[in-house]
Write a protein that binds this ligand. Structure first.
Ligand SMILES: [Zn+2]
Length: 603
């Protein structure tokens, strides 16, 4: 089970970055060309952004630069995500990062200068603008929070330094951390980050699972102070920026960009913490009974209810599953699925130094790239469906919208992806009448889709909110404080139903999300919209599918509430969230009934 090096993995399991540039030389050439374009833009517009015509002309020129930057950034950055131990790749990525930061710094005059233009010209510019109109309106709304052009330039040139905490975190996690093997009953087991997250957390043998848990967290603990210091640096920076830009607090500063109110943010965390907890405790208790555990612990929470029913799937079969499972979204969607496989958009391989988890990175009016760690499980097919959801949004949005409007608010980023998980689960359910199969699909919806988005990431969100409260009050955090908070967080949610194993409090060390602002809570926000839209599709069919596609196409042209409305979901009230929690509860009830029928296990 020894992990391969990147060079040893079969090429067909890797993504094909030559779809971006045929080779490194082509990328460097593209970078030189782009630098020339940026230089031209500076010469043409610097000092002249005081008329409506020039403002719009400049932003239109900028719009051509953005997708090229993204291509260069992706070509170098994605290679690094696939292998953090490759120093040459890391060096290249650093160099590209430096060059692009310098370019952004040179171009930072655009926003600041535009805001110095007379109000009348700004109004006129909004009227003239096409692709850049939303961007311009957002910029004007930001005016009160902008600093002088000189300061903005300095800040832009420091952009890479602001990312240092995240870089330290990733370097610790992907390059430095080393796990010793652990032993159970005389047998030695290898351990690693993805081995733990992809295998041992689901291991049916309780002795092995709990021993792996202990060994994993014992090793994490050795790095707790470095990780906490990096995180404290990150949140302190955010606090300083919030103050500099004149926001009330860090929350307001971070939610401003997302176009989300504090009420919408708090609602996700509070309603789920309070109303979902009883349902999830019930589910956890059922798992404990099914496995005949003496006590249910945090180390047992990822167990599948019926692991034998987690069918083994090959990469080739996954293609068939996904294209059939998502066919309700139409031929153009299926076409994209086929291209993803044929053109190698997906990096399936497991190798040393590769990023854990999964993500999708979409280029503008081109393909997407998907990273995952393939384990031959049906659960991985759900991951592919999920990531293709991001790719699908990238495809529809960029085809229809300007580069400025190509991304929706972070609040809805996970809606298209989790929607695909739900659609895929519904498809699977209809392929068989077998009760055990039905229970397997339902329980993977709970154990994966909802657990991931409404429990794992929502607990992160709860914890993160507490951290920012401390920071807002002028405090700072260290490993001890963070662990204490996280333990409290887990105990609050699981209460007596789950024993919070020793080490579980270090779970704050496992996610890179904390370095991305108020991101964790958005998983549940996106899935709330997806769940309600999916229930509409179930009920209404084609018209609801069309609305969903319009939602995917709208990109960042509206705020989250406006976008969700296109999909027929009103997120200005707590209705969709409550209905989603009820829906989760009803699935868990059905799983309990099926388990009583199939196994004779009663809660
Ligand atoms: Zn996602």
């Amino acid at each position: 089970m020894k992990l391969k090096t990147r060079k040893e993995v079969p090429v067909e399991q890797t993504w094909d970055l030559t779809l971006i540039y045929p080779d490194d030389d082509a990328m460097w050439k593209a970078l030189e060309d782009l630098k020339a374009d940026a230089k031209n833009l500076v010469e043409k517009y610097k000092g002249r952004l005081n008329t409506a015509e020039n403002i719009v002309g400049c932003l239109d020129d900028m719009e051509k630069i953005l997708p090229e930057q993204l291509k260069i950034y992706s070509y170098s950055g994605l290679a690094m995500e696939a292998d953090y131990t490759d120093n040459a790749v890391r060096e290249r990525s650093e160099k590209v990062g430096d060059e692009l930061t310098r370019m952004d710094s040179e171009l930072s005059f655009v926003d600041s200068e535009i805001l110095l233009a007379p109000d009348e010209e700004l109004r006129k510019a909004v009227g003239l603008a096409k692709g850049c109109r939303n961007y311009l309106e957002d910029l004007i709304a930001k005016k009160a929070h902008m600093l002088s052009p000189e300061t903005e330039k300095v800040l832009a040139s420091l952009d890479r330094s602001f990312e240092v905490p995240y870089t330290i975190y990733n370097t610790m996690k992907l390059a430095d951390i080393a796990f010793d093997p652990f032993t159970v009953d005389g047998k030695e087991y290898p351990l690693g980050y993805s081995l733990f997250e992809d295998d041992y957390e689901y291991e049916a043998d309780t002795k092995v699972r709990r021993a792996a848990f202990r060994a994993f967290y014992d090793t994490l603990k050795k790095y707790e102070n470095t990780t906490a210091a990096a995180y404290n640096a990150c949140v302190s920076q955010e606090k300083v920026m919030a103050e500099l830009r004149g926001f009330k607090d860090v929350f307001d500063s971070l939610l401003f960009e997302q176009k989300v109110t504090r009420e919408m943010y708090d609602r996700q965390i509070d309603v789920i913490t309070e109303r979902l907890a009883p349902h999830m405790r019930k589910y956890a208790t059922l798992i404990g009974k099914k496995y005949g555990l003496d006590r249910m612990t945090f180390a047992d929470l990822k167990l599948a209810l019926d692991p034998e029913y987690d069918p083994r799937v090959t990469i080739e079969e996954s293609h068939k599953y996904v294209r059939e499972g998502l066919s309700i979204l139409g031929d153009d969607y299926v076409d994209m699925v086929d291209r993803a496989y044929k053109e190698r958009w997906i990096d399936f391989a497991k190798n040393i130094g590769k990023s854990t988890g999964g993500f999708c990175s979409s280029l503008y009016r081109a393909n997407s790239y998907i990273l995952l760690n393939w384990n031959d499980r049906m659960a991985d097919v759900f991951t592919i469906a999920h990531e293709l959801g991001h790719a699908g949004q990238g495809m529809y949005t960029t085809a229809a919208q300007s580069a400025y409007d190509s991304e929706p608010s972070m609040y809805l980023v996970e809606a298209p992806s989790t929607m695909n998980e739900l659609i895929f689960a519904n498809h699977l359910i209809h392929t068989s009448d077998d009760k055990r199969f039905r229970r397997w699909v339902l329980s993977s919806q709970i154990g994966h889709t909802y657990y991931h988005n409404f429990v794992t990431h929502l607990r992160e969100a709860w914890y993160q909110r507490e951290v920012y409260k401390i920071i807002d009050e002028g405090g700072s955090v260290n490993a001890e404080i963070l662990s204490e908070l996280f333990r409290k967080n887990l105990e609050l949610f699981w209460s007596d139903a789950v024993e919070i194993s020793e080490g579980a409090e270090l779970t704050w060390m496992r996610q890179p999300h904390y370095y991305m602002g108020l991101y964790p809570y958005t998983y549940s926000a996106g899935l709330t919209v997806a769940t309600q839209a999916m229930l509409r599709i179930e009920k209404e069919g084609a018209p609801a599918v069309e609305d969903w596609k319009s939602f995917l196409t709208a990109g960042g042209t509206k705020d989250p509430a406006g976008l969700a409305k296109i999909a027929g979901v009103d997120i200005t009230t707590d209705g969709p969230l409550n209905a989603t929690v009820d829906y989760i509860g009803s699935i868990i009830d059905e799983i309990c009934e099926l388990t009583e029928e199939i196994d004779g296990i009663k809660l």
